[in-house]
Write a protein that binds this ligand. Structure first.
Ligand code: FES
Length: 138
């Protein structure tokens, strides 16, 4: 390969990389398609140590991409998948809200967006209790 052909090939490769990067950045900037939560049907046993946090008001556990929170007056179950770009939200007990660590999206315990860029609420699941067993579905 002579010098001219080498430069032509290099320019084509660089151009392709730039166009690909720009397309990727553009899709990130728009947030792409909002991540969505799927249906679930599972139980959590409050007598198991992995779920011990749920015995106290303000405690939370994440399982099956669902965050279950003991609000002090009952339990709520919401998708933990932020509707902006899919990061996992966590429960902020002092603010009684769910916070996304990626861009500061914040949701109330109904799943409604109260701050930040998320375009849609968190999916809310049904939750019922029978003894030590919580059943989450929806
Ligand atoms: S992923 Fe951006 S606010 Fe959650």
């Amino acid at each position: 390969m002579d010098r001219r052909n080498f430069l032509k090939s290099s320019c084509l490769l660089c151009g392709g990389a730039v166009v690909g990067s720009m397309a990727l950045l553009e899709s990130c900037g728009k947030g792409g398609v909002s991540p969505s939560a799927g249906n679930v049907n599972f139980t959590l046993d409050l007598s198991q140590s992995a779920n011990a946090a749920l015995k106290s008001a303000g405690g939370s556990v994440i399982s099956h991409s669902v965050i279950v929170v003991n609000t002090g007056s009952g339990f709520v179950a919401l998708s933990d998948i932020c509707t902006h770009q899919g990061c996992s939200v966590f429960y902020n007990a002092s603010g009684h809200d769910l916070v996304c660590p990626c861009h500061g999206g914040t949701y109330n315990l109904s799943g409604t967006v109260i701050a930040g860029p998320p375009p849609a609420p968190l999916k809310k699941y049904n939750i019922s209790q029978s003894g030590n067993i919580l059943t989450i579905s929806g």
